[in-house]
Design a protein around this ligand. Structure first.
Ligand code: SAH
Length: 396
C-alpha cells in the first residue's frame, strides 16, 4: 500500500483523531496513489497513524478512514461504519421513527465526505470526497443492507466536488424513481421532498427540532418566516396556531413547493398563510416602512460565508437582516435567527446579533441557543462539523 509520510510535528491532529490531512502537512508519498486510493499514514518518525483516502487535487490531501493502522478499508469496513451510523440513530427515541432522517453525517460518523439522508423508502447519497467516490458501490450495498430501503438516489452535485477533482453525478444507484414523488411526515405534517432538484439532498433535515420549537411558540402570534424555502417553519407555525404567517423567499420553485406542501395538509388554515416571492433584505425594509410588526420572526438565510475568507462580508449581511428583524418585532416579540456558515463561529454570530440589536435600539435577551438536530452529530475531534448555530432572542 502507498505510504503518506507527514512532516515533523504534523501528526498531532491525527493523533487527536481529526480526520483531515492538509497538503502542507505532507512530507512525501512513497509509492503511487490515484484519486481516492487508500494510503497508510505515518508520522515523520515512522509511527503509524491510520489509513486514509488520498485526494491529490484537494488542499485536504487525505482523509483518514480509520485511526487503527491495522484496520483494512474494504467492503466489510463500510458495512460496519454504515451499520453503526444507522444503529446510532435507531437508538435515540426522538430519531427512531423519523421518516426524514440524516443517516450518515460525514466525518462525524467516521465516513469523511459521505452524506446519506433517508426520506421514507428513499435514501439520498451525496459523495463529497475522492475516497467516498471510490467506495460508492460499497456504500450503496451497505446502505441497502442496513436500511432495507427501496431505492438510493445519488445527489453528488455539491460545489466541493470540484475541489476534489470530481465531476457532478446524479441518478438512481438502486431501485427506481418512486411514483408520485417523495413525501415525508415531520411532526405530523406532510412535506414533499425534491430529491433531484431541491437544495442539499432535497430538504433541511437539520432544522427538524427547531421547526418543532416554532410550532410550540406560534399560538396566536403573527409570524414572519424569512428565507422560507419549501415552507417547513411556516407550516409548523400554522400547525401551532399562528394568527398569520408571512413567508418570503426569492426562489419561485421553492415557493411553489411550499404552496403544494400547504395543500398536502388540509387541516391547516391556508387563509392565514401568505407567500411572497421577494428578496428578504428589500422586503424587510419595505415592511418596516409600511409599519408592519410581528410577534415571531424566523431568519434562516443561506450560507453567507462558505469559508472564513468570506467572513467580513457575511458578517455585514447577517447584521443587516437581524437589525431589520429586530426593528419589525412587537414588544416581547421573538427573533429566531440562524447562521449555517462554517466561517462564522457561534461567538462571532452572537456578537453580530448583539450589534444588530444595539443598532436597532432594542434590549434583547437570549432564551435559547439552537443547533442542528442530533442526526447531525458533531464529533468532538471534528469541531468543523458544527456549522448550524441559532439564537432565540426576545426583545423587552
Ligand atoms: N428555513 C428553511 C431553509 C432555508 S434555505 C427550511 O427550514 O427548510 C435558504 C433559502 O433562502 C433558500 O430557499 C433560498 O432560495 C433563499 N434565499 C437566498 N437568498 C435570498 C434572498 N436574498 N432573499 C430571499 N430568499 C433568499
Amino acid at each position: 500500500m502507498p505510504e503518506l509520510i507527514l512532516n515533523p510535528g504534523k501528526e498531532r491532529s491525527a493523533m487527536r483523531r481529526h480526520p483531515w490531512i492538509f497538503a502542507g502537512a505532507v512530507a512525501h508519498l512513497k509509492g503511487r496513489a490515484r484519486l481516492g486510493d487508500t494510503v497508510e499514514v505515518f508520522a515523520h518518525d515512522g509511527r503509524p497513524l491510520g489509513r486514509a483516502a488520498f485526494s491529490p487535487h484537494s488542499q485536504i490531501r487525505a482523509r483518514l478512514w480509520t485511526f487503527d493502522a491495522a484496520e483494512t478499508v474494504d467492503h466489510a469496513f463500510f458495512k460496519r461504519r454504515v451499520a453503526a451510523a444507522v444503529a446510532a440513530r435507531a437508538a435515540l427515541p426522538e430519531l427512531a421513527n423519523q421518516e426524514g432522517l440524516r443517516l450518515i453525517h460525514g466525518e462525524s460518523d467516521g465516513l469523511p465526505g459521505v452524506i446519506a439522508d433517508r426520506y421514507g423508502e428513499t435514501v439520498v447519497l451525496q459523495l463529497n470526497s475522492a475516497g467516498a467516490e471510490k467506495w460508492r458501490d460499497a456504500l450503496v450495498a451497505a446502505l441497502v443492507q442496513a436500511t432495507g430501503c427501496a431505492r438510493i438516489f445519488e445527489r453528488s452535485d455539491s460545489d466541493v466536488r470540484g475541489l476534489e477533482g470530481l465531476q457532478a453525478r446524479t441518478g438512481f444507484l438502486h431501485g427506481e424513481a418512486p411514483e408520485g414523488g417523495v413525501v415525508i411526515e415531520e411532526h405530523g405534517l406532510r412535506l414533499e421532498v425534491d430529491i433531484a432538484g431541491g437544495h442539499k439532498t432535497g430538504f433541511y433535515l437539520d432544522q427538524r427540532e427547531n421547526r418543532r420549537l416554532v410550532r410550540e411558540l406560534s399560538a396566536g402570534r403573527s409570524v414572519l418566516n424569512g428565507f422560507c424555502y419549501t415552507g417547513g417553519f411556516s407550516l409548523q407555525a400554522l400547525a401551532g396556531g399562528a394568527a398569520q404567517v408571512l413567508s418570503i423567499d426569492s426562489s419561485g420553485p421553492a415557493l411553489e413547493s411550499a404552496r403544494r406542501n400547504l395543500a398536502l395538509n388540509p387541516q391547516l388554515d391556508g387563509a392565514r398563510a401568505e407567500w411572497r416571492d421577494a428578496d428578504v433584505f428589500e422586503e424587510l425594509r419595505a415592511l418596516k416602512k409600511s409599519g408592519a410588526r410581528f410577534d415571531l420572526i424566523v431568519l434562516d438565510p443561506p450560507k453567507f460565508a462558505p469559508s472564513a475568507a468570506h467572513a467580513a462580508r457575511a458578517a455585514r449581511a447577517y447584521k443587516d437582516i437581524n437589525l431589520l428583524g429586530f426593528r419589525l418585532l412587537n414588544p416581547g416579540g421573538l427573533l429566531m435567527t440562524y447562521s449555517c456558515s462554517g466561517g462564522i463561529g457561534l461567538e462571532l454570530f452572537q456578537k453580530i446579533v448583539a450589534g444588530a440589536a444595539g443598532d436597532a435600539g432594542v434590549d434583547a435577551r437570549i432564551l435559547r441557543r439552537l443547533s442542528a438536530a442530533p442526526d447531525h452529530p458533531v464529533a468532538l475531534a471534528f469541531p468543523e462539523g458544527e456549522y448550524l448555530k441559532g439564537l432565540l432572542c426576545q426583545v423587552v
